[in-house]
Design a protein around this ligand. Structure first.
Ligand code: C2E
Ligand code: MG
Ligand code: MG
Length: 715
């Protein structure tokens, strides 16, 4: 199957290489038969297709392919233009699926790179050829008498057969001899040519740059110069050439005459500039494309003045996919063109609008005067998009979200700037449509950290990066360590030991809380059973936090059942802590789970009680066994005369009510002896807090259990 597929890919490429060979055969004189040429082009085809399909497009291979064409002696530019035509048509069909989304852009850039590589290699070749001719001439002049004739003949042969134009003139610029290539190039007869002076053909715009060089040469102060310049042909047309002029000296070393060698690069220049346009512009909207934008951006960073600032509006149309899906791609395309026009109309000098792909655009402010100016630009863009766009009898309204970044050039780099713009655009989108957001470094660092943390959490569970700490729950009547709360921590490889406030919210959002919660439950149950094995009846029960999302999970009851079975823990030794919000809901599923757990014998406690404004009496209808009073109420409990009367009243009321409902009360956040004393006198059942102990490793709890009698907190 795989073989068959590879075969068919190979056949397609081979047949393409043959088409290419047919197209360029005869454009230049090349000593290759049709089969050899096809084989050679097949090699180039493979390189081009591979480059097109690469995850990141790199123009270098196309440049090397262009150079390869020149190296194979395809020295006529006709070869290049035919190749580009054949490649643009045939290559897309050779690209496998899925094709890269920016295939069109890649093809454009590929043609440009190919032409540039070809031109550069051809120039090299020409220079080599010119050097050979020049040295042959020098040899011809200097050689001994008897070898003169042979050298002369060799020079003659090169002179007449050379592909480049060669002209010989005296020091006054009178043309004395020209070769056939030069005649063809300029369209004169040899007769007409020899009546001309060099100055007659120089394009007036080039004169200032040419004459000083020319003067130095004829005066013997330089031996040659090279320049790209224009001439007039016999019919008045302009011809672009690479020109090399060399000085030939007489026996005594005095300047004798000059030799000009010219290569016609007119076609290549025209082709190259149109290919360059293609490579740097989006064919649909005619706006600069990503490649041009990146070039311009790099240029700004290459010239960073001390106080230079850069601004960027990164823009994405809202709901463009819907337009495309419902109205068709033609309408989508027209809409993009209309938007591009409006964007271009918002921008002035020093501002570059580019299409980055799809419905993404960017406006680069190369010398920003401050964030206000860039915000004003974004405001202008949002305003200009308000008016409906009329397309083929219907009116479409479009809005865009914009991420704005404005910074000193010295404080950032292109990659950083783009990722800041990306994140800021994302934030603008999430705040609603048709808005802009301005980049804020502190906030973004946080978002990046959150983003990376949430995506690595599942694997972190498997890697064993999480651990459980235990905090004593102390019975206030006798000071006995009756239970422990299991509190999770993340030993993060980059950020160090993280508390749950850093990742539990995130885990809830992403759903990672489900596997994480299951892992904590299993670890805590396992640990508690070990204490029971070692300490028997003195061992504490364990209280494990359950996130709302876990309660919604269908498998919760089954998970708890199997964890208890696997670890050998009795259901009475487990308490689950839930917040008011989690339990006070109408949905049937979570309620059923709560009842099932309770019936198994697992205790349910309401965590952070008092912060959720729930109606205490409605809790009565739920299978709840205890309340954990939020630490904020305990803060106001100090010594009798110094107490906050409101907190004091709340705590005493809650304790009374809870007891009336047959619920136990645990006070959270007990930090002082005074608080403990007040809680005892108000009749609170249990306490938890730094006054007793912070959350610590399991070994600390074992230490406490080893203290004889009622333990370390016993009274
Ligand atoms: P929580 O369940 O109310 O846990 C009590 C928190 O109060 C713990 O913070 C504990 O260290 C802290 N604390 C204990 N005594 C004192 C004190 O005297 N003063 C003060 N100011 N604070 C005290 P921690 O460990 O940072 O946990 C924070 C929250 O994270 C927990 O609040 C709980 O809601 C959540 N959490 C912790 N572990 C898990 C877990 O495994 N699963 C789920 N779903 N949530 C967890
Ligand atoms: Mg808790
Ligand atoms: Mg709590």
């Amino acid at each position: 199957m795989v073989m068959a597929r590879e075969d068919s890919i190979g056949r397609a490429r081979h047949s393409f290489a043959r088409t290419w060979a047919d197209a360029i055969a005869g454009t230049s004189y090349v000593p290759l038969g049709p089969e050899e040429l096809t084989a050679y082009l097949l090699g180039l085809t493979d390189r081009l297709v591979d480059a097109l399909m690469a995850p990141r497009y790199d123009p270098a291979p196309a440049g090397r392919v262009g150079a390869g064409l020149a190296a194979a002696h395809f020295t006529d530019t006709e070869t290049l233009s035919r190749s580009v035509a054949v490649l643009s048509e045939g290559l897309p069909e050779l690209v496998g699926t899925p094709a890269p989304p920016d295939l069109a852009v890649r093809l454009g850039q590929m043609s440009g790179a190919l032409a540039a590589g070809y031109a550069a290699a051809l120039r090299e070749l020409t220079l080599e050829e010119q050097e050979a001719i020049r040295s042959a001439m020098l040899v011809a002049r200097r050689d001994a008498e008897q070898r003169l004739a042979a050298s002369e003949a060799r020079f003659r042969a090169m002179f007449t057969e050379a592909a480049i134009g060669i002209g010989i003139g005296d020091l006054a610029g009178n043309i004395q001899e020209v070769n056939p290539s030069l005649l063809r190039m300029f369209g004169y007869t040899a007769e007409q040519f020899t009546r001309l002076n060099v100055s007659d053909m120089v394009h007036p715009d080039d004169a200032p740059s040419v004459w000083p060089l020319y003067e130095q040469l004829v005066q013997g102060n330089r031996d040659h110069f090279r320049i790209e310049k224009r001439f007039f042909r016999s019919n008045g047309e302009i011809i672009w050439t690479h020109l090399t002029v060399s000085l030939v000296r007489d026996e005594a070393g005095a300047p004798a005459y000059q030799v000009a060698m010219l290569e016609d690069v007119t076609e290549r220049q025209r082709l190259q500039s149109s290919l360059e346009y293609l490579a740097y512009h989006d064919p649909l909207t005619r706006l600069p494309n990503r490649a041009l934008f990146s070039d311009r951006l790099a240029q700004v960073f290459a010239e960073p003045a001390a106080d230079r600032r850069i601004g960027l509006c990164f823009l994405d149309l809202d709901g463009f996919k819907r337009v495309n899906d419902s109205q068709g791609h033609d309408v989508g395309d027209q809409l993009l063109v209309a938007v591009a026009d409006r964007l271009a109309s918002c921008c002035g000098p020093g501002q570059l609008v580019a299409r980055m792909g799809g419905d993404e655009f960017v406006i680069l402010v190369t010398d920003s005067t401050g964030v206000d100016a860039v915000v004003a630009l974004a405001d202008g863009i949002i305003a200009t998009l308000v008016a409906p766009i009329r397309l083929g009898g219907q009116e479409l309204t479009v809005t865009a979200s914009i991420g704005i970044v404005e910074q000193p050039v010295a404080a950032t780099d292109p990659a950083d700037l783009m990722s800041a713009a990306d994140i800021t655009l994302y934030r603008a989108k999430s705040q609603g449509k048709g808005r802009y957001a301005v980049f804020d470094r502190g906030r973004t660092d946080n978002e990046i950290a959150r983003f990376t943390m949430s995506s690595t959490m599942p694997s972190a569970i498997e890697q064993g990066e999480f651990l459980v700490r235990y905090q004593p729950l102390v019975s206030l009547a006798d000071g006995v360590l009756s239970g422990v709360e299991a509190l999770v921590r993340w030993l993060h490889p980059t950020y160090g030991l993280l508390g749950p406030d850093r990742f539990i919210g995130l885990a809830e959002e992403t759903g990672a809380i489900v596997p994480l919660g299951r892992w904590v439950l299993a670890a805590a149950c396992e640990q508690t059973r070990r204490w029971r094995d070692e300490f028997g009846a003195r061992a504490p029960f364990v209280s494990v936090n359950l996130a709302p999302r876990q309660l919604e999970e269908r498998g919760l009851v089954a998970d708890v059942t199997s964890i208890l079975a696997d670890t050998g823990l009795d259901p009475h030794e487990l308490q689950l802590e839930l917040t008011e919000q989690a339990v006070m809901r109408d949905e049937a599923g979570p309620m059923k789970a709560l009842y099932a757990l309770s019936e198994m014998g697992v205790r349910i406690a309401i965590d952070d009680f008092g912060t959720g404004y729930s109606n205490l009496s409605s809790l009565l209808r739920l299978p709840v066994h205890g309340l954990k009073l939020d630490g904020s109420f305990i803060k106001g409990l100090r010594s009798v005369d110094d107490a906050d009367p409101t907190d004091e009243l709340i705590v005493s009321t809650l304790v009374t009510l809870a007891h009336a409902l047959n619920l136990t009360v645990t006070a959270e956040g007990v930090e002082t002896a005074a608080q403990l004393e007040r809680l005892c006198s108000l009749g609170c059942d249990a306490g938890q807090g730094w006054f007793f102990a912070q959350a610590g490793p399991a070994a600390d709890i074992a230490e406490m259990l080893r203290v004889p009698g009622r333990g370390p907190f016993g009274v």
